[in-house]
Design a protein around this ligand. Structure first.
Ligand code: UDP
Length: 242
């Protein structure tokens, strides 16, 4: 057993995290760096599942705003998450990792279908699992997919990587006096109208008492520090956050 503070985590990356300085798609340098950090954290002893969004390629809401049928747009968004998941699988395998993409929509010529028991078995056998296609239904996001899968696999922490190093009382890009919270309860997030995840994802995490940590993965090394128990970013807990 490892000496880590967390043993099984689910890491949620937005699709935009893969873009780097590009406007669209995947920057190989960026995905390789992220994969290397995931590998380092796994080698330290953690079981790691990933969810990657699709916003670097398509989002259903954006396509609908441009005139497309919303459900078709969401299907395209879900397929975009499969593309990102395959890219991450490749990057992890290039580094010697063993990874499996599991999709919530059936597309099993290119990856496995999501089967909960099989996902847990992969993790137990030292494989990285990348959950693709969110919850498999339109009108949801990959934040919801991340919260749902984290609960299903019994993750002890959901990690949400963002461009900001935690949750602030106001937008730190606009207000120099913005203050970062070290810990929050789910109720505090609601009562103070703070933005952490979309509402459906947030409700799932809160109802299951799933601890969530928001941090900036643009800072190299943060993932491993969190697994070792360092207080990085903002921790949101179900009850009495200390
Ligand atoms: N999506 C969906 N159902 C899901 C997950 C995702 O329909 O369960 C679609 C939706 O259109 C979404 C897109 O896939 O906008 C990409 O996911 P998301 O917006 O969560 O990506 P991120 O913002 O994290 O890059």
């Amino acid at each position: 057993m490892s000496q880590l503070a967390h043993h099984r985590i689910l890491l949620k990356l937005s699709g935009e995290a893969l873009m780097g300085d590009e406007d669209y798609g995947i920057d190989p340098k960026v995905i390789n760096r992220l994969a290397a950090e995931v590998m380092e954290a796994q080698q330290a002893g953690a079981e790691i599942a990933l969810v990657i969004g699709g916003g670097n390629i398509f989002r259903g809401a954006g396509l609908a705003a441009a005139g497309m049928d919303r459900v078709t747009g969401d299907h395209m968004g879900m397929l975009a998450t499969v593309i990102n998941a395959l890219a991450m699988q490749d990057a992890l395998e290039k580094l010697g990792g063993k990874a499996r993409v599991m999709s919530a929509i059936k597309i099993n010529d290119v990856c496995e279908d999501y089967i909960r028991r099989r996902a847990i078995r992969h993790l137990e056998k030292g494989r990285l699992v990348i959950f693709a296609a969110g919850v498999g239904s339109p009108f949801f996001t990959t934040d919801s997919g991340a919260a749902l899968r984290a609960i299903e696999i019994g993750a002890d922490l959901l990690l949400k990587a963002t461009k900001v190093d935690g949750v602030y009382d106001k937008d730190p890009n606009k207000h120099a006096d913005a203050v970062r919270y070290e810990t929050l309860t789910y109720d505090q997030v609601i009562n103070q109208g703070l933005e952490v995840m979309d509402t459906a994802a947030f409700a799932l995490a809160r109802d299951s008492d799933l601890p969530l940590r928001v941090f900036d993965m643009g800072q190299p090394g943060e993932l491993l520090k969190i697994l070792r128990g360092e207080n990085i970013g903002t921790l949101v807990k179900g009850r009495d956050a200390h």
